[in-house]
Design a protein around this ligand. Structure first.
Ligand code: NAD
Ligand code: UDP
Ligand code: UDP
Length: 309
């Protein structure tokens, strides 16, 4: 099969490409390298089944493919808030272009949506039916509302043009290849602990998140793509931790000497988040398999190689 991965040079995309290549597919990686790196996909450069295309998806492009995993979009708050108008454009115009492409070549299209469509949720854990509590004019809106429109576009192409779509709502995912400076909590804490500087806990650390290891997520995305269920379907690990618990776990695993410092909580920071994965279990026979400490160990090892060498 010939498969397009937009955002393929990024964290999740590059792990997905590894699996697709190992399965013997022909893979087209499309990326503008905003937050992705060539190093993430370098090992495939000499493989004739791999092709790298530098392109910004807010501009149209014509390609011939059978499936599209649409992941291109900065995912961490510091990157998506750096140029928020561009973030909305990527989600709206970029997704529209990729849907147009899918329609023209009759490719199956999987959208990497997000738990952020639930905003600061007042239903816990979040099932797919929950419609969310999103601020449409806040600092996170370019991403949250952008992804909500992306879902709307996908479902309208499905209804109007009979396009085959799949929609995954991805919850916080971590693992090797996260950028050290991307500002997300797992990468921040690990990099800080390795450098022996204080771990920055925002607010009092009582807010919760549920962390999924990247290989589990990739398995879920591939099952969704190759299944009949359209979604939206939550993909995440239901194990829920406070940010303070995460800080203490990483402190203990990496550097018990590292201190914790408290910083102000960012605007609109969701207080709690945990996926209800009933649908993923039922329709995809999927659930995460990697416990937090095991996933952290592999992630810490990767960061150690990059930071300490
Ligand atoms: P990432 O930032 O590592 O990867 C995004 C990739 O998209 C990068 O390689 C970047 O260069 C590329 N990109 C950005 N704008 C582009 C553009 N205009 N044209 C072409 N390429 C562009 O992020 P990630 O963590 O790998 O996330 C991948 C997808 O999964 C994103 O759509 C994100 O919203 C979604 N997601 C991720 C998480 C998570 O915890 N990692 C959670 C929910 C949803
Ligand atoms: N598009 C693209 N590549 C393609 C086909 C379409 O980038 O192979 C873009 C196209 O330029 C348009 C968008 O996708 O901006 C939506 O295309 P569609 O055909 O659905 O709508 P229309 O062109 O009629 O607006
Ligand atoms: N966070 C933190 N310290 C950091 C980075 C993040 O305490 O150095 C908190 C952040 O306020 C949020 C949680 O960790 O409550 C997860 O943040 P992240 O940016 O990783 O993901 P998101 O908020 O998008 O779920």
């Amino acid at each position: 099969m010939r498969i397009l991965v937009t955002g393929g040079a990024g964290f999740v995309g590059s792990h997905l490409i590894d699996r697709l290549m190992e399965q013997g597919n022909e893979v087209l990686c499309l990326d503008n390298f905003y937050t992705g790196t060539k190093a993430n996909i370098q090992k495939w450069f000499n493989n004739p089944y791999f092709e790298l295309i530098r392109h910004d998806i807010t501009e149209p492009i014509r390609l011939e493919v059978d499936q599209i995993y649409h992941l291109a979009c900065p995912a961490s708050p510091i990157h998506y808030q750096f140029n928020p108008v561009k973030t909305t454009k990527v989600n709206v115009m970029g997704t529209l272009n990729m849907l147009g492409l899918a329609k023209r070549v009759k490719a199956r299209f999987l959208l990497a949506s997000t738990s952020e469509v639930y905003g600061d949720p007042d239903v816990h854990p979040q099932p797919e039916e929950y419609r969310g509590n999103v601020n449409c004019i806040g600092l996170r809106s370019c991403y949250d509302e952008g992804k909500r429109v992306a879902e709307t576009l996908a479902f309208d192409y499905y209804r109007e043009h009979k396009l085959e779509i799949r929609v995954a709502r991805i919850f916080n995912t971590y693992g090797p290849r996260m950028l050290e400076n991307d500002g997300r909590v797992v990468s921040n804490f690990i990099a800080q602990a390795l450098r022996g500087i204080p771990l920055t806990v925002y607010g009092d650390g009582s807010q919760t998140r549920s962390f999924c290891y990247v290989s589990d997520l990739v398995e879920g995305l591939m099952r969704l793509m190759n299944n009949d269920y359209v979604g939206p379907v939550n993909l995440g690990n239901p194990g829920e931790y406070t940010i303070l618990e995460l800080a203490k776990t990483i402190q203990e695993m990496v550097n018990p000497e590292a201190e914790l410092v408290y910083k102000p909580l960012p605007e609109d920071d969701p207080k709690q988040r945990q996926p209800d994965i009933t649908k993923a279990k039922q329709y995809l026979d999927w659930q995460p398999t990697i416990p937090l400490r095991d996933g952290l160990r592999m992630t810490i090892e990767d960061f150690r190689q990059r930071i300490c060498h």
